[in-house]
Design a protein around this ligand. Structure first.
Ligand code: VG1
Ligand code: CO
Length: 540
């Protein structure tokens, strides 16, 4: 039976970089999640259609799925595919939407943010191409959420999600599906699994699932299909609080893996994935690959991997991501696009076949096989490259730098700043932009400065205020923007990049190579001066 529950609008339901993210306690307020879900259904019109639903298994995942199922049934959704145990990685949702021609899907995740009762929760709508809803749609959902006065629900038994099978909720069919099968099949189409199996017998490696959603995927694909030893797949059981950790695969948060790779006779390959399985970190022995470099290396070597044997049509990177991939695109005579931060901006370019590979500096890389970034895909891509080239990660990276030059790169995050201070810092910088070009600081001269505006070449939409850029002669850059995924105060991200062509200077610590830019950033923006912070919270 369908009934309507009266509620009132919440003013803070505008999705950020990747969906709506708030503290768990905020999401658990009566009607908060239900309102947003009703706003999605009011906006998309999926009556009689198929949707996909799953999450990264964090605290509140199962309760949220139950709420979504009740509202979906009451809104006339025909069929819902739900991941077993409520689990689906973000790239798997994308894969399943595409394969089963679903109308769209709902991803429950706050990605790399910590989970548990005190942690974060999130919800995101993906469209029929498998990718995050574009801004036009997220804005429409937000607008609807501001007018909502109630939502519809169906009462009745919700099936247990622990086993694959079919059930009914009112007129809606619920299909509980194997969370891994479709995704694993796609990976087998893209990579040379026979070769990988042989290679893996010879390779000392570790994969860290960080107690997040990639556990079951890594166990099936790396373990069962490729023969990686079980104890080399670390933290493979998804936990509602990610074992108390921060499921962000970077050198700062993947401490256990870093420790193993930095041992004298440690493994030669290491990788990790985030809460929802869309990020990846790649490590060699005592070496962390910068995500921007990773995109460039994959692009330069794509033809060695079966799924990309015919070459790539183009590359897209988010604006703050280093220009390492631009240099590769130039050498390959293919276009390179610069988009705002967030995977939703890659969808149009991928759908129009303008690009094959996409990447972000925030440990995100993927291709046209789905419309999300894809952690395990990047790991398999690297392993396939190592197998074909018969070289270590370190050798491949150094060879890449010799050929294309090195883009030293780093991101400094200042977390949970007072929002007023952070906003006024950015506003002040915007006011100063006009006067900055032509200014010199030591050996560096600012060639141009602006606040990045993106003109989508496919649908003509315009996204302004995407980050302040200081562009220096010779290609160095300083970029500053505020995060759109945080849930506490404001997080300010400072991105630093400097190009070095000379191979004799390719072995510096990035913080040293970027030291003068770091000083210039402080001089111009004054983050430390204005926030009172002595240093960034996270350096990657
Ligand atoms: C961050 C990253 C961005 C990424 C987004 C979602 O956004 O910088 O590159 O797309 O997280 O990643 P922001 O606005 O905080 O800088 V995930 O793995 O949350 O889906
Ligand atoms: Co993520």
């Amino acid at each position: 039976m369908t009934r309507t529950v009266a509620s009132h609008a919440f003013t803070d339901q505008r999705p950020g970089t990747s969906g709506l993210r708030k503290k768990v306690a905020h999401f658990k307020q009566p009607h908060y999640l239900a309102n947003f879900v009703q706003a999605i259904f009011d906006t998309i019109d999926a009556t009689g259609q198929t949707l996909v639903v799953g999450g990264d298994g964090r605290y509140f995942n199962t309760e949220a799925i139950e709420i979504i199922l009740r509202i979906a049934a009451a809104n006339g959704i025909g069929r819902i595919l739900v991941g077993q145990d409520g689990l689906l990685s973000t790239p798997a949702v994308s894969c399943i939407i595409r394969k089963h021609r679903a109308h769209g899907g709902i991803v429950l995740s706050a990605s790399h943010n910590p989970g548990g009762p005190q942690g974060d929760f999130g919800i995101k709508y993906n469209i029929g191409n498998g990718g995050p809803a574009p801004e036009k749609l997220t804005e429409a959902i937000y607008a609807r959420s501001q007018q909502i006065t109630g939502y519809r629900v169906v009462d009745g038994d919700i099936p247990s999600l622990t086993k694959p099978g079919k059930a009914q909720l009112d007129a809606m069919q619920i299909e509980i599906i194997d969370s891994v099968a479709d995704y694993a099949q796609l990976m087998q189409q893209l990579f040379d699994f026979d070769r990988l199996k042989d290679f893996i017998k010879t390779c000392d490696l570790r994969f860290d699932a960080m107690h997040a959603v990639t556990g079951p995927y890594a166990t099936r694909i790396l373990g069962d299909l490729l023969g990686v030893q079980r104890d080399w797949i670390l933290n493979s059981t998804p936990l509602p609080d990610f074992g108390g950790g921060h499921p962000d695969p970077n050198p700062a948060h993947a401490e256990e893996l870093m420790h193993l790779l930095w041992q004298d006779h440690g493994p030669v390959f290491g990788a990790a994935s985030d809460g929802d399985g869309d990020r990846n970190m790649i490590l060699g022995h005592k070496l962390a690959v910068s995500p921007s470099d990773s995109l460039a290396v994959l692009a330069a070597n794509a033809k060695l991997v079966p799924g990309y044997r015919d070459g790539i049509t183009g590359i897209a990177r988010s604006m703050p991501t280093s220009q390492a991939s631009d240099v590769v695109a130039e050498a390959l005579h293919i276009p390179c696009f610069e988009t705002p931060t967030g995977w939703k901006f890659f969808g149009n370019l991928l759908d129009a076949n303008q690009v094959t590979l996409c990447g972000e500096e925030s440990y995100g890389t993927s291709s046209n096989h789905v419309r999300e970034k894809d952690g395990l895909w990047a790991v398999l891509f690297w392993l396939n490259l190592l197998a074909v080239r018969g070289q270590t990660v370190t050798a491949i990276l150094k060879d890449h730098w010799r050929r294309f030059g090195r883009h030293y790169y780093s991101r400094h995050d200042y977390e949970a700043l007072d929002s007023n201070i952070a906003n006024s810092m950015i506003e002040e910088l915007r006011r100063d932009i006009a006067g900055l070009s032509g200014k010199s600081f030591g050996a560096r001269t600012i060639r141009a400065a602006d606040d990045f505006t993106y003109h989508d070449p496919i649908d003509g939409s315009v996204s302004a205020k995407q980050g302040v850029r200081l562009l220096f002669e010779g290609g160095a850059r300083i970029v500053v923007r505020l995060s759109g995924t945080g849930t506490e105060g404001a997080t300010l991200r400072l991105y630093l990049e400097s190009y070095q062509a000379d191979p004799a200077k390719h072995d510096l610590d990035p913080q040293l190579a970027l030291a003068d830019l770091i000083d210039i950033a402080e001089n111009v923006i004054g983050i430390k001066r204005q926030s009172g912070r002595q240093q960034p919270d996270v350096v990657t």
